[in-house]
Design a binder for this molecule. Structure first.
Ligand SMILES: Cc1cc2nc3c(=O)[nH]c(=O)nc-3n(C[C@H](O)[C@H](O)[C@H](O)COP(=O)(O)OP(=O)(O)OC[C@H]3O[C@@H](n4cnc5c(N)ncnc54)[C@H](O)[C@@H]3O)c2cc1C
Length: 493
C-alpha cells in the first residue's frame, strides 16, 4: 500500500521541473516542521554535499529506509563524481562521464533526489535550509558533507588572476581556461595535490617548480627515508624543487614584451617570474561556507562517533567533520582529509541517521539496518593509497612521519633505491601496527587483517612475500625479508 502510494508520488514529483518550484520545496506532507506527528510520513533526509561522504550516506539511507525522502544537494555538480580523478580529467585520460560512477538513471531508480544549488544558511531552530537564491527547503535530519577547501597563503597578491588552489570542477575549468598562457608555473606545497598538479602541468609541457617550507617533499607524510626517496625521484623527472622557502607576496610584473606575468617574492631569495602560482598547502573543512553552523563547529563540524552533532538533527561526515571521541569535548577533534575515510564516515552517518529517525519513528522501514555501526578510525584499520608520479604508495595502520623519543613504536625499513621501492613495518611490543610501501603494491585485505588482528612481526616476516599483490612476477619482498628479519632480531632479540 505504502509502496503504491510512494511510486505514484515519485512519478508526480519527477514530472515537476526544479526551476518551476515555489519558495518551499513541495512535499506531499506539506511543510516538514517540528517533530513528526504522523508516524507514516517518510523521514526527509537532506544531505548537503554529493562528494563521497554525502553519496555513501544517501546510499546507506536508501538501503536502510525504503520510504525515506532523500535529497542530496551540491553546488559543484548535479551528479557525484570521483574527486581523486581530477588530474586525469585535465590530462585527458578520463572524461567527466567516466569519473562519474553512477548515471542519473541510477539515482532515479534509487529515488535519490538531486539538486544542484548552493546552500547559504541553515536555520536549525526551524529545520530549514536557505539557498543562495533565497528559496528554502525543510528537513527532518540534515547531513553536512561540505568537504574541504584549499588553505590560502594569506599574503598580499593572493587574489590576482593566476594565483589559485585546485579542488573542484570550477577550479579545473578555470585552470583549463588559462592553460594556454602558462609556460612556467610554481606550485607551493609539499603534498599529494602539489605533486598531482606538477604532473598535470608537465604533461602539458609547462616548466614546473615546487616550493615548500620543509626541506624534503612529503616530509609531513613520511619518515625521512621515504620523503628523501620521493624528493630525489621528483628531481630526477625534471621537476625543480626548493625546500625551506618562505613566500611573501605576489605582484603583477610588466615585462618588456608587455606580457603580464606574476612575480612571486620569496624571503632571502630572488623573485620568480611565472604565469601560474598554484597553492597546494593543504585543505581545511568548508563548514564556514554555510551560515548557521557556527555554534556546532570549531575546526570542523563537531560530531561524536555516531557522527551526530550537539544538535541531534544535524550530522556531519567527510572532510568537513571534526570527530570528538570520549569525553574530550573541550579538546580539538580529529579532522580527516582522505577519500577512504570520507567514504567510511558517509556510510556510518547514513546508518546513524536512520537509527536516530527510527528512534523517533518506530513505524519506519528498517531493512538492512545494523545497530552497532559507529565510526572509530583508530579501531578500524586505516588505509590510504596514492601515487607520486610513477611511485605507488600504500599505507595501512599507524606509520607516523616522526616518532617521539621514548615511545613504544618501533619500525623496520627496507629499500631498493635503484628501483624506487621500500617497505616499512611499524610495531609495538612485537605486534604489527602499520605498513607503508613505496613502489610495492600489497594485498589490501591481507594487510588490513594483519593490522586488525595484531599479527606478530615474526608471523609477517615469515610470509612477507605472500603479501605482494602480484608476487608471481616479482621477488621484491623475498629480497626485503632477510634484511628486515636481521633488523628485527637486533631491535627485539
Ligand atoms: C585534486 C585532489 C586529489 C585528491 N586525491 C586523493 C587521493 O588520491 N586519495 C585520497 O584519499 N584523497 C584524495 N583527495 C582528497 C579527497 O578527495 C577528499 O578527502 C574527499 O573527496 C572528501 O570527500 P567529502 O565527501 O568529504 O567532500 P567533497 O568531495 O569535497 O564534497 C563536498 C561537496 O559539498 C558541496 N558543497 C560545498 N559547499 C556547498 C554549499 N554551500 N552548498 C551546496 N553544496 C556545497 C560540494 O559541491 C561537494 O559536492 C584529493 C583531493 C583533491 C582536491
Amino acid at each position: 500500500m505504502i509502496h503504491r502510494w510512494w511510486s505514484r508520488w515519485w512519478s508526480r514529483w519527477k514530472a515537476h521541473s526544479i526551476a518551476s518550484r515555489g519558495a518551499e520545496w513541495p512535499s506531499p506532507w506539506g511543510d516538514v516542521f517540528g517533530e513528526k506527528t504522523d508516524p507514516l510520513r517518510p523521514t526527509r533526509y537532506v544531505i548537503i554535499g554529493n562528494g563521497v561522504a554525502g553519496f555513501e550516506a544517501a546510499r546507506k539511507i536508501r538501503e536502510s529506509d525504503r520510504q525515506a525522502e532523500v535529497i542530496m544537494i551540491s553546488r559543484e555538480s548535479e551528479l557525484h563524481w570521483s574527486r581523486p580523478a581530477l588530474m586525469y580529467l585535465y590530462m585527458g585520460e578520463l572524461t567527466l562521464e567516466e569519473a562519474t560512477p553512477y548515471p542519473k538513471r541510477w539515482f532515479a531508480e534509487k529515488r535519490l533526489i538531486l539538486l544542484q544549488r548552493e546552500v547559504g544558511r541553515v536555520d536549525r531552530a526551524e529545520r530549514q535550509l536557505y539557498f543562495t537564491d533565497s528559496s528554502r527547503l525543510s528537513y527532518d535530519l540534515l547531513l553536512v558533507a561540505l568537504g574541504s577547501e584549499p588553505r590560502t597563503l594569506d599574503i598580499p597578491g593572493e587574489e590576482l588572476d593566476g594565483v589559485m588552489g585546485l579542488y573542484d570542477l570550477q577550479d579545473l575549468a578555470h585552470l583549463e581556461e588559462i592553460s594556454d598562457r602558462i609556460g612556467r608555473a610554481v606550485i607551493i606545497g609539499g603534498g599529494l595535490v602539489a605533486v598531482e598538479w606538477a604532473e598535470m602541468l608537465v604533461h602539458r609541457g609547462v616548466s614546473v617548480e615546487i616550493l615548500m617550507k620543509d626541506p624534503l617533499f612529503a616530509a609531513h607524510l613520511f619518515p625521512q627515508e621515504e620523503a628523501q626517496m620521493i624528493t630525489d625521484y621528483l628531481i630526477q623527472t625534471g621537476i625543480s624543487i626548493q625546500g625551506n622557502v618562505e613566500v611573501q607576496e605576489v605582484t603583477v610584473d610588466q615585462r618588456a614584451n608587455a606580457e603580464l606575468k606574476l612575480a612571486l617574492h620569496l624571503r632571502e631569495r630572488e623573485a620568480l617570474l611565472v604565469d601560474l602560482v598554484g597553492v597546494a598547502i593543504g585543505v581545511k573543512p568548508a563548514v564556514h561556507r554555510v551560515e548557521g553552523l557556527e555554534e556546532l563547529s570549531r575546526d570542523g563540524l563537531r560530531v561524536d562517533e555516531r557522527l551526530q552533532s550537539a544538535d541531534p538533527h544535524v550530522f556531519a561526515a567527510g572532510d568537513c567533520a571534526e570527530l570528538i571521541t570520549g569525553t574530550a569535548h573541550l579538546k580539538r577533534g580529529r579532522v580527516s582529509g582522505t577519500w577512504y575515510e570520507a567514504r567510511q564516515m558517509g556510510r556510518v552517518a547514513g546508518l546513524s541517521m536512520v537509527r536516530y529517525a527510527h528512534k523517533q519513528n518506530p513505524a519506519g522501514a528498517m531493512d538492512g539496518f545494523t545497530l552497532d555501526e559507529i565510526y572509530n578510525p583508530i579501531a578500524s584499520e586505516w588505509f590510504n593509497s596514492a601515487k607520486f608520479l610513477d611511485i605507488e604508495h600504500q599505507l595501512y595502520g599507524e606509520v607516523p612521519s616522526s616518532v617521539e623519543p621514548n615511545t613504544d613504536l618501533l619500525s623496520l625499513y627496507w629499500s631498493d633505491l635503484a628501483n624506487r621501492q621500500s617497505i616499512r613495518i611499524t610495531y609495538k611490543e612485537g605486534k604489527v601496527v602499520g605498513l607503508c610501501t613505496l613502489g610495492i603494491r600489497l594485498r589490501q585485505s591481507q594487510c588490513e587483517r594483519i593490522i586488525r588482528e595484531r599479527y606478530s612481526v615474526d608471523q609477517i616476516l615469515e610470509s612477507l612475500d605472500l603479501l605482494r599483490f602480484d608476487e608471481e612476477f616479482d621477488d621484491t619482498l623475498l629480497r626485503a625479508k632477510e634484511s628486515l628479519k636481521s633488523q628485527f632480531q637486533a631491535d627485539y632479540p
